[in-house]
Design a binder for this molecule. Structure first.
Ligand code: FPP
Length: 247
């Protein structure tokens, strides 16, 4: 059971799902087996976020840089995404989950794009949970795409350069209408951001666990949420304990 007051829960949870390969290697299994179990964990996380009342979940499934992996692994991951969309779209829809894919969709195969479009279309009216799947995603690339759109608007005379500010840039990101992540979980124990949501995580709380993604479950999610609930977020200000003189 989750004993965290609603106002202490993250509205937006982001996850870097790392460690599938190492999980498999430790068991003498092919890396693909780690990704297969990883996919089951993605299903589980969606359901848990829904149960807990988290409004937005964003998971990092494939980065713009992951194309550098061996072709066999890339092909396996792409077919896993296709299978996931096929098998999961109806279930997401029945649960009231809206699926979105963020990233450079034009770099994905026509077949995967077709399935993404169908799943997004099917679930687009759902509001219980917005589930962003980051595919062919890069944080730097997202900022470049936003800047390019803004530059085109300036060129057409729809915007003047002095109207460009933090909010305007934010409104041109893939996540334009969503709150920034409150909590970022990274599994697999590495202390880096790996080009994920770079603009949006300026004040996001970080929680890193050595647990590999295929071993990550409900208990660990609750542990992360409980720690998040205890954190004092200051957003560059002083925060209530300093302002009131309390320690
Ligand atoms: C990182 O582990 C994981 C990935 C690059 C792929 C993420 C994919 C999944 C969790 C499975 C499918 C997901 C969906 C949404 C259907 P790694 O391979 O870099 O692990 P390592 O650091 O141990 O090598």
């Amino acid at each position: 059971m989750l004993k965290i007051p609603k106002d202490k829960l993250p509205r937006h949870l982001a996850i870097i799902m790392d460690g599938n390969g190492r999980w498999a290697k430790r068991r003498g299994l092919p890396r693909s087996e780690g990704h297969r179990v990883g996919m089951e964990k993605v299903r589980e996380m969606g359901r848990l976020c829904l149960d807990f009342g988290i409004k937005v979940l964003t998971v990092y499934a494939f980065s713009c840089q992951n194309w550098k992996r061996p072709k066999e692994e890339v092909d396996f991951l792409m077919s896993t995404f296709e299978r996931y969309l096929d098998e999961e779209a109806d279930d997401l829809n029945e649960r009231g989950i809206q699926l979105r894919v963020i990233g450079r969709k034009e770099g994905l195969s026509p077949e995967l794009r077709r399935r993404i479009k169908a799943a997004m279309e099917l679930t687009r009216r759902n509001r219980k949970l917005i589930f962003n799947l980051a595919l062919n995603y890069g944080g730097q690339e997202e900022i470049v795409d936003a800047v390019r759109t803004i530059a085109e608007k300036v060129k057409r005379g729809e915007l003047s350069p002095d109207q460009i500010n933090v909010d305007l840039l934010s409104q041109h990101l893939y996540t334009a209408d969503l709150p920034y992540p409150d909590l970022l979980i990274r599994t697999g124990g590495e202390y880096r951001l790996s080009n994920f949501l770079l603009y949006q995580i300026a004040y996001t709380e970080l929680w890193i666990t050595p647990t590999f993604w295929p071993d990550f479950g409900k208990e660990q999610l609750i542990q992360a949420l409980e720690e998040y609930a205890r954190r004092e977020r200051r957003f560059g200000g002083l925060g209530p304990s300093v302002e009131t003189g309390r320690s």
